[in-house]
Design a protein around this ligand. Structure first.
Ligand code: 8Y7
Length: 294
């Protein structure tokens, strides 16, 4: 009988809460920004976070099957406005505090800013998600000091320039090598390996072909022996593949989530929690049979 690899199991200590990764879990996206590409302005306006809408949206995500909520105050969409450190703090800190206190959720903070890492950790954040792999000045030390798990993501270039001309000789080798280097930098600073998650960074300086190659070869990331996070929800590769605008990418996004779960992703970052959760339930049921011993 044919056998598929089973998921490498991990447990992360997210502050007071344990995150068990023995099957894929969902991270729901909460953008506290006026200008994120898919949902900018829904949860934030000129007066700040729309806290009632944020809480309602978050509650629905948890009910629909999210295990983690990812709160971000800076859009990395190419061409998005630059936020100041103070603006980012003002957007994110009250939301993290409210989600943790009122909903008891594992709250991930999507940030590259050292002060945001420190201040959100102080109000109960459970995870740091840095699309810049802790490369900003002071970020490694700030993340180390929080004691929290950290997701290290690969990006080629910067958000402004990354999609201009993505270029690799071997995208999978280069992304794995970058992540291994960042893991080493973390360990050199005393961040235990047990605190790290890796992410290929779909869409961050990658063509459609690069993204699909990374997805196809996701099982190769197991050689890092760390949990793998992926985010492909509503991204522009779906425009290239299906021709759909950002509000019409649900089916494409769910398909990518299912493929990632099948190929060994531990955490799947999505906008559409309910539909993605159903897809993961189907993949899990399928994998149980596909991996069963005769
Ligand atoms: C990712 C992400 C975004 C991703 C991780 C978007 C913050 C762009 N994408 N974090 N963040 N991985 N770890 O389209 O792929 O949602 S923002």
């Amino acid at each position: 009988m044919m056998t598929l690899p089973t998921l490498q199991p991990f447990t992360l200590q997210c502050g007071a809460r344990s995150l068990v990764l023995d099957k894929p879990v969902i991270m729901g996206v909460l953008n506290i920004t006026p200008d994120s590409f898919s949902d900018g302005g829904k949860l934030f306006d000129a007066r700040g976070a729309k806290m009632d809408v944020v809480l309602r949206t978050a509650e629905n995500m948890l009910r629909d099957g999210a295990t983690i909520l990812d709160v971000g105050g800076e859009s990395t969409r190419p061409g998005a406005a630059v936020v100041t450190e103070q603006e980012e703090l003002d957007r994110v800190v009250p939301v993290v505090e409210a989600l943790e206190k009122r909903l008891g959720a594992i709250v991930s903070v999507d940030t590259s800013t050292p002060s945001v890492m420190r201040e959100t950790a102080a109000v109960g954040a459970g995870l740091i998600n840095d699309v810049r792999g802790l490369e900003r000045e002071g970020a490694l030390q700030a993340a180390a000091d929080t004691g929290l798990p950290i997701c290290l993501m690969h990006m080629q270039g910067t958000p402004q320039t990354m999609q201009a001309n993505p270029d690799y000789s071997d995208v999978v080798d280069e992304v794995i090598e970058y992540l291994a280097d960042r893991v080493a930098a973390c360990e050199a600073l005393g961040i235990a390996r047990e605190r790290l998650i890796v992410d290929p960074g779909f869409g961050f300086g990658k063509t459609v072909e690069h993204n699909l190659r990374l997805l196809a070869d996701l099982p190769l990331f197991t050689k890092l022996s760390l949990p793998v996070l992926v985010g492909m929800s509503r991204k522009s590769m779906l425009d290239k593949i299906t021709g759909r605008g950002v509000d019409e990418r649900l089916a494409g996004s769910v398909t990518l989530a299912a493929l990632a779960a099948e190929r060994g992703a531990h955490i799947i970052r999505v906008h559409d929690v309910r539909e993605s959760s159903d897809a993961l339930a189907v993949v899990n049921a399928f994998k149980k049979v596909a991996t069963a011993k005769e």
